[in-house]
Design a binder for this molecule. Structure first.
Ligand code: NAD
Length: 346
């Protein structure tokens, strides 16, 4: 199949090509055709969609925009499968895709460890001020003022969304000796088996010293962290978001940081990240004042959507994506298809 790969970075090219070579070797043994990968630096949007013409498959990432107009243009150009090389799919208009007969697949599972471990990295760095210590010691400043953290042992950690990633994060936190509470629309026995317990959505803030977000971005979860929920949190609580930027009302978080209500913020995702992340803007003027304000706080760490970025995760993402394309080419059932009305909302 001809695959137009959008937002293709060096590592996407490398790992997808390697996965395709592997798949090709297998396909040759089965006397079937391999895939033709055409890489495009540009993200998929109305300006770039024309290059997908003639490709049966468009392969996209987290910030490629797949609204109805883009999907119509894709379908008109002959694309029949949209393959997301990520888990979340809040950037795709699924109703429009279904109406156009476009199938949509994602990577349901790659490495929940990659994202959960990054959430822990953000938490440890914020709590123990690792980012500040790194800068200080490089300047021969070995003073400890301002670097005090707290023991995680014995603290209460709240996990919002106890699916694959939330569960791994909860397990790690249990290993630190934390009490773990959680909220999920669909509670799981696996979470309870960790010795964690579920509480009502409204009780999360009042009890937790640390809150980590692991639910998907949906109309229901948009801005679940807002002025009101921030106000209900324990004063000085730490908030970690490795899920999707839209879960947090950023301006409300800034006000909570200014007042000290929020004690620290670790972000791998940001509401307006599509204009910023995955590129080198170090010589540019950033015009997003909200983002710049966030970066001005000593108790905020932002990473640029890198939680998934481990060798294991990228390898699996690329292999799973091509497996889906092969399934589609062979007319087989798509194991990672996103159905319009999934049994369990994502
Ligand atoms: P998952 O589907 O296994 O788990 C998500 C959980 O959230 C489910 O248990 C679901 O029931 C729950 N949920 C759904 N709606 C909810 C609601 N309204 N309130 C509370 N919980 C709700 O998904 P996962 O693999 O654990 O991934 C979670 C999210 O992490 C993805 O949706 C994606 O946005 C994000 N993610 C980020 C990165 C990154 O690099 N930063 C990488 C992968 C995934």
């Amino acid at each position: 199949m001809k695959i137009a790969v959008f937002s293709a970075k060096r590592y996407d090219r490398e790992f997808l090509s390697a996965a395709n070579a592997k798949a090709d070797a297998k396909a040759e043994a089965q006397a079937q055709a391999g895939h033709q990968l055409h890489f495009f630096d540009a993200p998929l949007d109305l300006d770039s969609v024309a290059v997908a013409a003639g490709h049966e498959v468009a392969c996209i990432f987290v910030n490629d925009r797949c609204d109805a107009a883009v999907l119509q243009a894709l379908a008109a150009g002959g694309t029949r499968l949209l393959a997301l090389r990520c888990t979340g799919f809040n950037n795709v208009d699924l109703s429009a895709a279904a109406a156009l007969g476009l199938k949509v697949v994602r990577v349901v599972t790659y490495s929940p460890y990659s994202v959960a471990e990054h959430a822990v990295a953000l938490l440890l760095a914020i709590n123990r001020k690792v980012h500040r210590a790194y800068a200080r010691t490089r300047d021969s400043n070995f003073a400890l003022d301002g670097l005090m953290g707290f023991d995680l042992h014995g603290k209460t950690v709240a996990v919002v969304g106890t699916g694959k990633i939330g569960l791994v994060f909860a397990r790690i936190m249990r290993g630190f000796g934390c009490a773990v509470i959680g909220y999920d629309k669909f509670p799981s026995q696996a979470f309870l088996d960790l010795g964690a317990r579920y509480v009502g959505a409204g009780d999360i803030g009042a009890r937790a010293d640390i809150i980590s977000l692991h639910c998907p971005l949906t109309p229901e979860t948009q801005h679940i962290i807002n002025q009101e929920t921030l106000g209900r949190m324990k004063r000085g609580a730490l908030l970690i978001n490795t899920s999707r930027g839209g879960l947090i009302d950023t301006e409300a978080a800034i006000e909570a940081l200014k007042s000290g209500q929020l004690g620290g913020l670790g972000l791998d995702v940001y509401e307006q990240e599509a204009d910023l992340f995955f590129r080198d803007l170090s010589s540019s003027i950033i015009s997003d004042d909200v983002f710049q304000r966030l970066l001005s706080f000593p108790n905020v760490i932002v990473t640029g959507h890198q939680a998934f970025f481990t060798e294991e995760a990228i390898g699996t993402i690329c292999e799973t994506t091509l497996r889906s394309v092969t399934q589609f080419a062979n007319g087989e059932a798509l194991s990672d298809e996103i159905k319009l009305e999934p049994a369990k909302p994502q």
